[in-house]
Each structure stands twice: as C-alpha cells, then as structure tokens.
Design a protein around this ligand. Structure first.
Ligand SMILES: Cc1cc2nc3c(=O)[nH]c(=O)nc-3n(C[C@H](O)[C@H](O)[C@H](O)COP(=O)(O)O)c2cc1C
Length: 200
C-alpha cells in the first residue's frame, strides 16, 4: 500500500465515468475482495456478508438486466437518459461487485440472542456498509474508480436467477468499477466543528 490509511479514506470518491480497463490482474481484485470479506467486522462475528464479483460478460449482463428492468418502470421519454447513464457510468466499467447479506445468518442470531433480536438486521446492514467502504477504498488504492448503486430490489429476482444466488442472500448494493475516465468534481464539506465535539 503506497498511501497511508487516512489518505486513502480522503482520496476515495465516486467515479461516474469508467472504461473497461484494469490496472491490476483479476486475481488481485479477487484477493482484495476475499481479504475484505474475511476481515471486515460483523456483529457477534456473524460473518453475514456475501459477495459476487462480476467480470467480463457477467458484468455486462448485470447492466443489461438493469436496463431491461428499468425500461418497464421508467417513462419512455426519460429512459434514454437512464440508458445513457447506465452505459457510460456502470456498464462501461471493468466489473461490478454485488453485496448481499445472508438473512439466514441474521435470523439464527435473532433466535439465539432474543434480547438483540430487533438490532441484528440493522447491524447486518452496518457491517455491509463497512465492507462496501473497505472494498471501495481498496479498489481506489489500486487505481480503479468505483461508485455505489442501489437498483435493488428492482433487479433482485433477475440477479438471483442469472447467477443462481441462494434465496436467503439479500442484495444490498452494487459497486461498478473501472479505470476512471474523468475526475470527480470538488466536494463540499460542512464545518467539522459542527460535526465533531471534543471534550477533554
Ligand atoms: C449509504 C450510501 C448510499 C449511496 N447510494 C448511492 C446511489 O444509490 N447512487 C449513487 O450514485 N451514489 C450513491 N452513493 C454515493 C454518494 O452519493 C457519495 O458517496 C457522496 O455524494 C459523496 O461523494 P464521494 O463518494 O465522491 O465522496 C451512496 C453513498 C452511501 C454512503
């Protein structure tokens, strides 16, 4: 890793213009995802996260499915814009990571620890968010650009069928990534003193 942890966090952005190139071999992308899934924390060490890495034709297929599904719900006169966004910002990239949470694992925890029953679904989502952030930042360190998308639950059924995803895996987010074609714009920040209070 060439940048330190905080610089990596600072440099992570959403990239919406991607090309279909990779700065690293596919097995390195696989290693990032496997390590992130293995070491990102989860409530009660439940390890409820599940991930699909879609590359090549599989990646293309996901965004074709998304366009198909959206065509049925987006008004005809605005579908052109939707299609263009999907083609240029997501499908044009190198791959997509699908984040799921295993509802069976969450239910088991709810049964085992009744006191926290209502918290487990929330903690499961929080843990998924941590994993998404780890992978997002790690990909950026390798020279990729990525963004975070939520076409679930619209695409859930088609995704499950296409990749034989177990029924209990619930789709949480999609992360298209690729070589950045343009840089993100300036980002505005609220004054940090309004958001962090120090008492010492
Ligand atoms: C929980 C969460 C959900 C998000 N959902 C979407 C989304 O559905 N589509 C999208 O384009 N960006 C989404 N984003 C990206 C944010 O809009 C983006 O991170 C934010 O504007 C800050 O910009 P940056 O990522 O360039 O730092 C999401 C981010 C988070 C943390």
């Amino acid at each position: 890793m060439s940048k330190d942890f905080l610089s990596a966090i600072k440099n992570r952005r959403s990239y919406y213009a991607l090309s279909n190139e990779s700065p690293v071999p596919d097995d390195h992308i696989q290693e990032i995802i496997e390590q992130a899934v293995k070491y990102t924390p989860s409530a009660f060490n439940s390890q409820s996260a599940r991930v699909l890495l879609l590359l090549g034709e599989n990646h293309q297929k996901l965004w074709n499915i998304t366009k198909d599904v959206l065509k049925a719900v987006v008004p005809d006169d605005s579908f052109g814009k939707t299609e263009q966004k999907i083609n240029e910002s997501f499908k044009s990239g190198y791959g997509t990571i699908l984040f799921f949470e295993d509802k069976h694992t969450v239910r088991e925890l709810q049964e085992k620890f009744e006191l926290y029953a209502e918290k487990f679904p929330l903690w499961s989502e929080q843990s998924s968010g941590m994993l998404q952030f780890v992978i997002w930042t790690a990909l950026e360190l390798e020279g990729f650009g990525a963004s975070l998308q939520h076409y679930n639950p619209l695409i859930d059924e088609r995704v499950k069928k296409e990749w034989a995803v177990p029924e209990e895996w619930e789709l949480v987010a999609q992360m298209p990534f690729g070589k950045p074609v343009s840089q993100p714009g300036e980002k505005e920040f609220k004054p940090i003193e309004e958001r962090v209070k120090i008492f010492k």
